[in-house]
Design a protein around this ligand. Structure first.
Ligand code: ARG
Length: 262
């Protein structure tokens, strides 16, 4: 696994438009948001993983969700084509950053939506990818081809779980946690086929964004508030640190949304 992540300090994070059902205009407490983000950064650094930073543009309140910048494999990045106009300008900002860092960047045709690691999770030479809400099937197909990965397309089926990283989280080559209510029956069959130990969670834990955890070996940074899935993981030996992400959940995002492995 890559041992570097890209984070964006939430200097201008806010909820000023609504592009998912969680964005109900809740007022963001900015100092609290900064504090919550800082705990994520410290948690990642405590693993010895290097954290790189990109500065947030004032006009792009959702830029803190770096997982949506694109999908990275080695030196290649397939940049996102955001579905909603409000986020489209983020692509230029991330492209500039990746090019300055020496990555080979790829853009998809403008009419095809693709939201990077919001909707993709790479494991070995496989790419699990959600589509149907934000990313298009054509977008994940093109990304898999460019990155030379075997695509496992998973159709998403619930407006609240609009990105793959809100309803599925890989724990390693053999296991993952997921929220079945977010997927079509055929997507669940595919998950069962490709993930030997697939651990379901209930809607309470899914709504606490338990799938939006950041995992490193047997250590997990998990959004605070989950119950049963925590026990399920602790009996399996995972070490869980809980981080309150109340401010980011007002935007429909949490820890993994703010983390891009590069
Ligand atoms: N407000 C953002 C949006 O709707 C949240 C993105 C969360 N990111 C994620 N990887 N799930 O696009």
């Amino acid at each position: 696994m890559a041992s570097r992540v890209l984070l964006c300090p939430p200097t201008f994070f806010d909820v000023i438009y609504s592009i998912n059902p969680w964005m109900q205009g809740g007022t963001v407490d900015k100092p609290t948001a900064m504090d919550q983000w800082f705990k994520l950064k410290q948690g990642i650094e405590s693993w010895g993983v290097h954290v790189s930073l990109i500065g947030q543009e004032e006009s792009l309140p959702d830029m803190v969700f770096t997982a949506n910048a694109g999908t990275v494999r080695n030196n290649k990045v397939v940049l996102s084509n955001f579905k909603f106009d409000e986020r489209k300008p983020e692509t230029d900002a991330f492209e500039k950053w990746f090019q300055a860092e020496g990555y080979e960047t790829y853009r998809l045709p403008k009419n095809i939506n693709f939201e990077g690691c919001g909707d993709t999770a790479v494991q070995g030479n496989k790419m699990f990818a959600g589509y149907g809400v934000r990313s298009d099937l054509g977008g994940i197909r093109r990304a898999a081809k460019i990155l030379e990965l075997e695509l496992i397309p998973l159709k998403l089926d619930h407006p609240n779980f609009y990105h793959l990283d809100t309803c599925f989280c890989l724990l390693g080559p053999q296991s993952a946690i997921y929220y079945p209510g977010a997927f079509t029956p055929s997507a669940i069959r595919k998950l069962k086929k490709h993930v030997p130990e697939l651990i379901p969670m209930d809607v309470h834990d899914a709504a606490m964004f338990a799938c939006n955890s950041v995992v490193y070996e047997d250590k997990i940074l998990m959004p605070a508030g989950s119950r049963k899935i925590v026990e399920e993981l602790e009996v399996r030996g995972y070490e869980i640190t809980h981080i309150n992400t109340s401010e980011f959940m007002k935007s429909g995002g949490s820890l993994q949304c703010m983390t891009l492995w590069i």
